[in-house]
Design a protein around this ligand. Structure first.
Ligand code: ADP
Length: 495
């Protein structure tokens, strides 16, 4: 159930390839597998077992049993928190291996995986470990005739479906609050990046979680994902991924009226007002769209610039992209941008770039593949100007290192352009005018607003969208609401 792997940075490890059910790695029932491809050299890394609908049911049953078992149900919040802290410590101890797997499988720079992604897992687990014995109900005083109180109780078996852009972090965002509240879990990884969380599965067992509390499976979305969403044994579905898949999940979940949390797509605006610090705005605009190969749901992919500073901003932004966005092997220390995760994503991004050119936007930087030694799914960082709001590159989520810059004349026009989208995830604005900043922040239809920064995610602060960017919140105290019921208990004191 394990294969020996070695990465270009010299790290070697034993990679589990099975379905992690009941704290054991097992084959899929029909022994089907899926291959994971290294996006840097286009070669197969290894293949892992892919769950059938029958395997999903096995995992759900294991999770259901664990939910009722005293070894989990009987734990106090403090004891659950201690297990989570132990897991966080093990993740920290294995940081280099986990970052290596993430870099190899996803194509993200090793340094980013090591200094940002793995620490995020540790932070999220520790944060929610701390909440595990501090999340309780209220006594509600309704007079002497009745004693009323609420209890926060876990939902039960949580199906969690994650995407490929942040395999470790998206898993942590879901495991943290779910475990904190005492749920059990079947986590389905994305087929493009099946490896890093299978390694974490080993650490879950080592940390001492009882069998069945966390089950981790690989499998195809339409097969294993859909089976999980439809399983009558699952009480909740938490999903991060595309808006189209999110809608399908909502439909499927309605059959059993499952509790759902969805974090889906975005086309987040970044507004640069006339009085903005252009150097600062250009720096964050770069981070906001070019980080993680542009594969971020909150990427600020539409930059709206006041016409008076448009040319100056575009010049500064262009030099930032040229200076910082070093495209290369993600194991190289000076690489900022690795390959897109798969050939399909690479083709998709290039397709959007073509449409931008065809629709008449000016491609002033990039706009082409950027292979390294003739290989890899690399796309040159791309900047479009002269973009019209009707163009596809302005309206649709590209999920790549490609940004559209448009100009506006007034604050009203900027707000209208920003809100002219079916999405509502992130948004950013740059101005030195304090009142304007807060005024505009209130007007933007989005779950998150960054004033004078972009994509400044923080595990202590709620994350999520409005409109077609999702339902519910992850992270922060708000993230707990997605994983517990409030039960009200009325005691008749006159009985
Ligand atoms: P992308 O289009 O970027 O691959 P998806 O939203 O399709 O993003 O995938 C995100 C996650 O949702 C993955 O784990 C994938 O396997 C899963 N998924 C895809 N289709 C379905 C589906 N019909 N039902 C349940 N899960 C799905």
């Amino acid at each position: 159930m394990e294969v020996e792997l070695k990465a270009p940075n010299g790290k070697s490890w034993s990679q589990p390839v099975g379905l992690f059910i009941n704290n054991e790695f097992v084959k899929s029932s029909n022994e089907q597998k899926l291959a994971s491809i290294n996006p840097t050299n286009e070669e197969e890394i290894c293949s892992v077992y892919a769950a059938t609908a029958e395997d999903v049911e096995t995992a759900v049953s294991a999770s259901r049993k664990a939910f009722k078992d005293p070894s989990w149900k009987g734990l106090s919040g403090t004891e659950r928190g201690a297990l989570m802290t132990k897991l966080a410590d093990l993740v920290a101890e294995n940081a280099e291996i986990l970052a290596t797997i993430e870099c190899l499988d996803n194509g993200k720079p090793y340094t980013v995986a090591l200094t940002e992604n793995v620490p995020e897992v540790v932070n999220v687990l520790k944060y929610y470990a701390g909440y595990a014995d501090k999340n309780f109900g209220q006594v509600i005083d309704v007079g002497p005739a009745k004693f009323a109180y609420t209890v926060k109780e876990p939902l039960g078996v949580c199906g969690q479906i994650i995407p490929w852009n942040y395999p470790l972090d998206m898993a942590a965002w879901k495991l943290g609050p779910a475990l904190c509240c005492g749920n059990t879990i079947v986590l389905k990884l994305a087929e493009q990046t099946p490896l890093s969380m299978l390694y974490v599965a080993k650490l879950i067992k080592e940390a001492g979680f009882p069998p069945g509390v966390v089950n981790i499976i690989n499998g195809h979305g339409r097969e294993a994902g859909a089976a999980l969403v439809q399983s009558p044994g699952v009480d909740k579905i938490a999903f991060t991924g595309s808006t189209a898949t999110g809608k399908e999940i909502m439909k499927m979940a309605s059959a059993t009226m499952k509790n759902i949390t969805l974090e889906t797509g975005g086309k987040s605006p970044l507004i640069v007002f006339e009085d903005a610090d252009l150097e600062l705005a250009a720096m964050w605009s770069h981070i906001g769209i070019m980080s993680n190969q542009g594969q971020i749901c909150t990427a600020t992919s539409r930059i709206l610039v006041h016409e008076k500073v448009y040319d100056a901003f575009v010049d500064t932004f262009k030099s930032k992209v040229k200076e910082i966005s070093v495209v290369g092997d993600p194991f190289e220390e000076n690489t900022f941008q690795g390959p897109q995760v798969t050939k399909a994503q690479y083709d998709r991004v290039l397709g959007f770039i073509e449409s931008g050119k065809e629709e008449g936007a000016t491609c002033m930087l990039g706009g082409e593949p950027a292979p390294i030694n003739g290989k890899g799914f690399f796309v040159a960082p791309t900047v479009f100007t002269n973009v019209k709001p009707s163009m596809k590159i302005f309206r649709e989520e590209i999920f790549g290192p490609c940004v559209a810059v448009v100009s506006f004349k007034t604050e009203e026009e900027a707000i209208e352009l920003a809100n002219n989208t079916t999405y509502g995830l992130g948004s950013a604005l740059f101005t030195k005018d304090l009142t304007k900043a807060h005024r505009v922040a209130r007007e933007i239809e989005a779950g998150m607003v960054w004033i004078n920064s972009s994509n400044d995610s923080d595990y202590r602060i709620p994350f999520g969208g409005v409109k077609q960017s999702g339902i519910g919140r992850e992270l922060g105290e708000a993230g707990l609401a997605a994983y517990c019921n409030i039960k009200s208990i009325h005691v008749n004191m006159t009985a």
